[in-house]
Design a protein around this ligand. Structure first.
Ligand code: DUC
Ligand code: ZN
Ligand code: ZN
Ligand code: ZN
Length: 496
């Protein structure tokens, strides 16, 4: 029997194991049909040459074609960038506009965006962002959208005037999510602390990009994380704190996990690799000195933290297991564009508050953690797979088809170069496939990169022969409930 695709001579890595022998993986109709030590043949065969064969990356936190980032990526460019960095599944957001209470309509709008310009290169789902909950919407439209679209995760905010919810609204949503088996993602920063500092910075005309980091101190994330966890404990419902950047906030997650509450944490490359010094470009002596606004390229929230020690605090929680998923929070805006980062420079006067928040990073997520985590020995290859693929697939209800390598699962793979079989290189933005005019990781050294990205048996990226060679074959993924930990106790009857 011949297969559509056979991959051989590589080491299969899952979150659990590295298989001790190299195997043949046989793929038919996009599904893994066999994993065997016996030689098999295929219409197409890939020799992994002793490199790691991992499940395709699952990037469960990306912002694509959102209204608040008109100079960002659309589905075409964002998903192409994903594939070129080893990611085969992404989960962007469908955002409830103000005064729109028909959530099916909200999601339909984003289906339209995903299908524009030929569609997505990788598979995708949607998280829902709820910015204006009403009782009626939560009771009627919300269960409808969960049922019809199989959306099993919702993001909410404790900050940003446009999105911020009160604690009571958060509790209402947590309870609704529990009743509908939906995972809650929370952006946790104390909005009043931020407003209080912002007012004073503006009065003192301290508005250059660097002051963005001053305006959102670690204590704002610490307090809001602790509060969000407390609300989740009240309802006894799973919660993921997104893009965590600070050790003391992660300590709260660790404590809740130790107490056996289903609290999960996410971090992103920027909080492992970049410090706030990058925002000081207005007063530094490197790069293009004529442009004093370049620090705006690094404006994201939570902000980059100050010191190497801060980064180490996040690494510690990644290595010791507090952190459940490693996502990119790809939320790009072009720099040199009137609606991009330069929006914060009006008539030559900078204000960090007017700069769209977020960094590009969907393509660099896997290579950064592979080179600086796996190849340095800080984490095992299995831990890498767990954080970047298996856990996001489990948390967001995709684990029957995504996030691991097993018979019956989707044939999504990232194949790496065998050690030392690639020349190390310095990253340049022109190597990337997003539509953005910079990367915050410019100049960093890479010792490896995905050699092949395979989506449902299709070789979509071949780094040495053509780059992105796959088409826009991505499909919408209907999701199930999380298979990570759930509530500990029956629902409190008062809340029924
Ligand atoms: N912060 C967010 O909360 N979302 C997108 C980008 C960012 O920096
Ligand atoms: Zn956020
Ligand atoms: Zn400079
Ligand atoms: Zn985000």
């Amino acid at each position: 029997m011949s297969y559509d695709l056979v991959i051989y001579n590589g080491l299969v890595v899952t979150a659990a194991d590295i298989l001790p022998k190299s195997v043949y993986i046989g793929v038919n109709n996009g599904i893994i049909e066999t994993i065997t030590t016996a030689k098999i043949t295929g219409k197409k065969e890939i020799d992994a040459e002793g490199g790691y064969i991992m499940p395709g990356g699952v990037d469960s936190h990306v912002h694509i074609d959102q209204d608040n980032a008109p100079a960002g990526d659309n589905f075409e460019s964002g998903s192409k960038s994903a594939i070129a960095g080893g990611t085969t599944t992404m989960i962007p957001f469908a955002i409830q506009p103000k005064k729109e209470y028909d959530l099916i309509k909200v999601v339909e709008e984003y289906h339209g965006r995903a299908n524009k310009n030929g569609g997505s290169y990788c598979d995708y789902g949607f998280h829902l962002i709820i910015s204006e909950p009403t009782q009626e919407m939560l009771e009627i439209s919300f269960p409808e959208v969960v049922e019809k679209e199989s959306i099993t995760s919702v993001k909410v905010y404790t900050t940003y005037p446009r999105y911020k919810l009160s604690d009571e609204q958060l509790l209402q949503i947590l309870l609704t999510n529990r009743k509908n088996n939906v995972t809650t993602m929370v952006h946790a920063e104390n909005s009043d602390i931020i407003d209080f500092i912002n007012k004073r910075l503006s009065e003192k005309k301290l508005t250059q990009p660097f002051y963005h980091t001053v305006s959102r101190p670690q204590i704002a994330e610490d307090e809001a994380s602790y509060r969000a966890i407390s609300l989740a404990k009240m309802i006894d419902v799973p919660m993921l704190l997104v893009h965590m950047s600070c050790e003391s906030a992660l300590d709260h997650v660790k404590k809740a996990q130790t107490d056996l509450f289903p609290i999960f944490a996410e971090t992103c490359p920027q909080y492992l690799f970049l410090t706030g010094d990058n925002l000081k470009h207005d007063c530094c002596n490197h790069g293009n000195h004529d442009d004093k606004f370049q620090g705006a390229k690094y404006i994201c929230s939570p902000p980059l933290r100050s010191t190497q020690k801060d980064l180490e605090g996040v690494w510690k929680h990644l290595i010791n297991g507090t952190i459940t998923v490693f996502s990119s929070d790809h939320a790009p805006s072009k720099y040199d564009h009137p609606l991009g980062k330069k929006k914060g420079l009006i008539n030559g006067i900078p204000h960090f508050k007017d700069v769209p928040n977020g960094l590009p990073g969907i393509e660099t997520r896997l290579p950064l953690l592979f080179c600086y985590g796996v190849e340095t020995g800080r984490i095992t290859p299995q831990k890498f797979v767990e954080l970047t693929s298996t856990n996001p697939a489990k948390l967001y209800g995709l684990s029957e088809s995504k996030g691991s390598i097993g018979v019956g699962m989707d044939a999504d793979f990232t194949i790496w170069y065998p050690k030392n079989k690639i020349n190390k290189f310095e990253l340049k933005n022109e190597m990337l496939h997003h539509s953005i005019d910079y990367t915050p990781f410019e100049g960093m050294e890479f010792t490896n990169w995905p050699r092949y990205t395979i989506l449902r048996g299709n070789v979509c990226f071949d780094r040495d022969n053509g780059g992105v060679i796959g088409g826009q074959i991505g499909s919408y993924l209907k999701r199930k409930a999380s298979t990570l930990a759930g509530p500990m106790k029956p629902l409190n009857p008062i809340f029924e």
